[in-house]
Design a protein around this ligand. Structure first.
Ligand SMILES: NC(=O)C1=CN([C@@H]2O[C@H](COP(=O)(O)OP(=O)(O)OC[C@H]3O[C@@H](n4cnc5c(N)ncnc54)[C@H](OP(=O)(O)O)[C@@H]3O)[C@@H](O)[C@H]2O)C=CC1
Ligand SMILES: O=C1O[C@H](COP(=O)(O)O)[C@@H](O)[C@H](O)[C@H]1O
Length: 471
């Protein structure tokens, strides 16, 4: 554990394996939407799993204390500190160490002042060890400059080992599976490169619009909301080299290298959309230029990926709700079965809904004739892992923060490299130099996005029909 009590240098003073002692989780912004929808349900589920008899939500609620106060004055934070200290004294654990986890479910504009107040009033004071950690949510900045400013402000108060920048996609089962799949299977090792892979798609679709989040969404748009963080993090795990070990720094070192190898985005490789009716939201200006859909090709300039387009696509108010990664392989040279037109090999990982991975491939059509058909090797989690509950991303990530594991959190240089990629494009959209194309709600988004996909080299399978296996 890090002993950060009397440490003003922001460096970890001491490490030990023990993660014991009184734990206080302080949710700042407890009455907000994020806390209601994600943070408290995740905490309740963690509590329920760790306790034998706590099925009852009232037991969980009894563990909570609510304090209200202003974010920019010492008074409220002194009171908060007093309450945490009382709790720590009441619970005084065998080794006397105390752990304080501050979860900032707040607008980023107040992160600096809140962090300042925590540092001033609420740090772990136990002489016997423990730690103070800060969890921050996205959006972490609006562009490179604002993100760096925010990072510097928080970085003056806390060490990188104390800051946990959440990207909840890194807590999803199938996203966490990526490293295992790529590096624990000999099957994939020789294939995962430009010699065999033609193109990669990382797709997020939602079948509902902004639903009351117009104020937030119009300021950020789909690129800042989904692509610059969630989809780009997935891209890193798809494209990175094998890390030296599973140590969080080793993994993040490799992710940074991928991000730094991304080439500048070209205008002709971007399609933006805005759904018809978006501007009806009372908080959205009548002439808003904010995209609710974007399809963007990223190109990675390195030995493994030169020439392979990574198509990142995200949209709101579309015909379906899903998130998946689709890796399309090249054609087989010298096709003796004349099966090329039936479609290429594709490896698909569906992150949601219903986690699955499947490989689309050509097989002999069952029967007397020597003809081929496109079929699949299918690992559908519901069928294969019958009765297993897959934990919510926030549950895993909260547990990681308690265990001090930063593997699934975004490091400062990673964040900077991510903003580096998208800032020029975002600035041009903000200035109105690039305009979104209008699309109908419940559609696939602008037809131009499918045209871009074809131009990128994606070959669609026609006539493929999946028959779900019976349970
Ligand atoms: N284990 C499982 O659960 C399995 C499920 N299936 C299901 O079978 C169905 C077919 O699977 P699959 O072939 O992989 O996926 P799809 O046919 O849904 O998509 C394949 C590709 O074609 C694009 N596309 C889809 N519709 C259109 C369109 N009208 N015009 C242009 N492009 C389009 C998709 O883009 P975009 O991604 O943007 O939609 C994607 O790039 C899916 O519903 C899939 O979920 C298949 C195998 C296993
Ligand atoms: O971060 C966000 O993610 C959600 C989608 O999360 P998911 O886990 O349901 O895929 C999205 O609706 C929201 O706009 C965005 O801020």
């Amino acid at each position: 554990m890090e002993k950060s009590t009397a440490d003003s240098s922001n460096q970890p003073l001491e490490k030990s394996d023990a993660e014991t002692g009184c734990l206080s989780i302080i949710v700042l912004g407890a009455s907000g939407d994020l806390a209601k929808k994600k943070t408290f349900p995740a905490l309740f589920n963690l509590y329920r799993q760790g306790s034998v008899k706590a099925e009852d939500v009232s037991e969980f609620l009894q563990l909570m204390k609510y304090t209200s106060g202003s974010y920019d004055t010492e008074e409220g934070f002194r009171l908060l500190d007093k309450q945490i200290s009382e709790h720590e004294e009441a619970k005084s654990s065998a080794d006397g160490s105390c752990r304080r986890l501050f979860y900032l479910a707040l607008p980023p504009s107040v992160y600096p002042v809140v962090c300042k107040m925590i540092k001033l009033c609420c740090m772990n004071k136990s002489d016997l060890g423990g730690w103070t950690r800060i969890v921050v949510e996205k959006p972490f900045g609006k562009d490179l400059e604002s993100a760096e400013k925010l990072s510097s402000q928080i970085g003056e108060l806390f060490g990188e080992h104390q800051i946990y920048r959440i990207d909840h996609y890194l807590g999803k089962e199938m996203v966490q599976n990526l490293l295992v799949l790529r590096f624990a299977n000999r099957l994939f090792v020789p294939l995962w490169n430009r010699d065999n892979i033609d193109n990669v798609q990382i797709v997020f679709r939602e079948d509902f619009g902004i639903e009351g989040r117009g104020g937030y969404f119009d300021e950020y748009g789909i690129i800042r909301d989904i692509i610059q963080n969630h989809l780009l993090q997935v891209l890193c795990l798809v494209a990175m080299e094998k890390p030296v070990s599973l140590d969080s720094e080793h993994i993040r070192d490799e992710k940074v290298k991928v991000l730094q190898s991304v080439e500048p985005i070209k205008d002709e490789e971007v399609v933006l959309g805005q759904y018809h009716g978006y501007r009806d939201d009372s908080k959205v200006p009548d002439h808003s230029n904010t995209p609710t859909f974007a399809s963007i090709i990223l190109r990675i300039h390195n030995e493994r990926w030169e020439g392979v387009p990574f198509i990142l696509k995200a949209g709101k108010a579309l015909s379906s709700k899903k998130a998946d990664i689709r890796v399309q392989f090249k054609d087989v040279p010298g096709d003796i079965f004349n099966c090329e037109k039936q479609g290429r090999n594709e490896f698909v990982m569906r992150l949601q809904p219903s986690e699955a991975m499947y490989m689309k491939l050509a097989v002999k059509q069952p029967g007397l004739e020597m003809s081929t058909v496109q079929s699949e090797l299918d690992l559908s989690y519901k069928q294969r892992y019958h009765g297993v509950t897959i934990p919510d991303a926030y549950e895993r990530l909260l547990l990681d923060t308690i265990h001090g594991d930063q593997q699934h959190f975004v490091r400062r240089d990673e964040l900077k490299a991510a903003w580096d990629i998208f800032t020029p494009l975002l600035h041009r959209i903000d200035k109105g130099e690039l305009k979104p194309i209008s699309y109908q709600q419940g559609s696939r988004g602008p037809a131009e996005a499918d045209e871009l996909l074809l131009r990128a080299g994606y070959v669609r399978t026609h006539g493929y029909r999946w028959i779900p296996p019976a349970l």
